[in-house]
Design a protein around this ligand. Structure first.
Ligand code: FO1
Length: 336
């Protein structure tokens, strides 16, 4: 079986670890990773979501934190700070720096990000094929208004420095409109037997991947069933600050609203009607909500999307594996 998953950082990576635990030998998992969170710091290209997937599946992740390397030290960051060179708010560890140096060196030598990611994965052996959504530069910016006025800032500044404490007025995936899907992305979607949306951020992770022209259309046209898992439980994000960026696109932070935002496969999703974006066709055949949101199943099904309520907290490997199993089972149930 060929499984394709679109993934952001921590939530996506943890779900993928559970997915790996339940697939049969010989099954292939292709992960299309969000690169809108990428940032250039200290002359280096940092790809937080690709690295989080690679380290998590490759056994190098800092487990409690969910990002960065286990057993990190911060000598380089401290030395940079001693020169007065920031930003101080973004924690790059020494081991992690090596990854960014290799990546930046290879990019400067002319390799595309997809080839660089493959080379990095040669070391980590994540057990999945990890593809960036695009080889082209895409950077998510967030429009805010604060005491300095209205301005757009990098997503990492919004997320890590400001802790999403200011309202996001708009989410702008700069460069997405002219980006091309990375080699292998459209082919993997077309050839997939199952397509999964892990409980990643629907706006700045999966939404950014879908903003690359061709990817949303390929998912909507794919013969494979598309099943997603809600990142919202009981009206709040499981982790992170997804409610802040959902508000920016006019979507309520609820399990059913996120499903209807993705929309029923082939139909026009509710949230596109006012925006008038003709590219916005619906994507989902199936949706999993947490048992706490069992009362939202009817609303999702009324939108034409098959929905089940199952435990969705990735509290341990067994619970995460059960979520992945439930997603694959739902995919079989909705397969036409
Ligand atoms: N998240 C933080 O909350 N604080 C950090 O200092 C931080 C540094 C960092 C460095 C490398 C990396 O790959 C990820 C890092 N993250 C950090 C996570 C990241 O900012 C976001 O959680 C993701 O981009 C959202 O998916």
């Amino acid at each position: 079986m060929r499984i394709v998953a679109l993934a952001g950082g921590i939530g996506g990576a943890r779900f993928l670890r559970g997915l790996k635990d339940v697939v049969a030998p010989g099954d292939e998992i292709t992960v299309i990773g969000n690169t809108g969170d990428d940032i250039h710091l200290f002359g280096l290209k940092v790809c937080p979501d690709l690295d989080t997937v690679m380290y998590t599946l490759g056994g190098g992740i800092h487990e409690e934190q969910g990002w960065g390397r286990a057993g990190e030290t911060f000598a380089v960051k401290e030395e940079l700070a001693a020169y007065g060179v920031g930003p101080s708010w973004f924690g790059l560890g020494d081991k992690d720096f090596a990854t960014h140096i290799v990546r930046t060196q290879m990019l400067a030598a002319g390799y595309p990000l997809s080839a660089v990611t493959e080379a990095l994965c040669d070391r980590w052996q994540p057990g999945v094929r990890l593809l960036p959504m695009s080889d082209d530069r895409v950077e998510t910016h967030v429009r805010i208004t604060d005491e300095r006025g209205t301005r757009a800032i990098h997503f990492q500044e919004y997320w890590v420095k400001l802790h999403a404490a200011v309202d996001a007025e708009a989410i702008i995936p700069v460069g997405a409109q002219t980006a091309k899907p990375a080699p292998g992305v459209l082919e993997a979607i077309a050839a997939a037997d199952v397509i999964l949306f892990p409980p990643s951020n629907p706006v700045v992770s999966i939404g950014t991947i879908l903003a690359v022209p061709g990817i949303r259309e390929a998912v909507a046209a794919a013969p494979a069933p598309v099943v997603g898992l809600s990142p919202i439980i009981g009206g709040a994000p499981v982790r992170g600050m997804a409610d802040k960026v959902l508000a920016a696109v006019g979507v309520e932070a609820s399990a059913s609203a996120v499903a209807l935002h993705y929309g029923k496969k082939g139909a026009e999703p509710s949230s596109s009607r006012e925006g008038g974006d003709e590219r916005l066709v619906g994507l989902l055949d199936g949706w999993l909500v947490d048992e706490a949101d069992a009362d939202s199943v009817a609303a999702v099904e009324a939108g034409g999307i098959s929905c089940r309520a199952v435990p969705l907290l990735m509290s341990d490997p067994a619970a995460t594996a059960a979520m992945a199993r439930a997603a694959l089972e739902l995919a079989e149930q909705v397969r036409r």
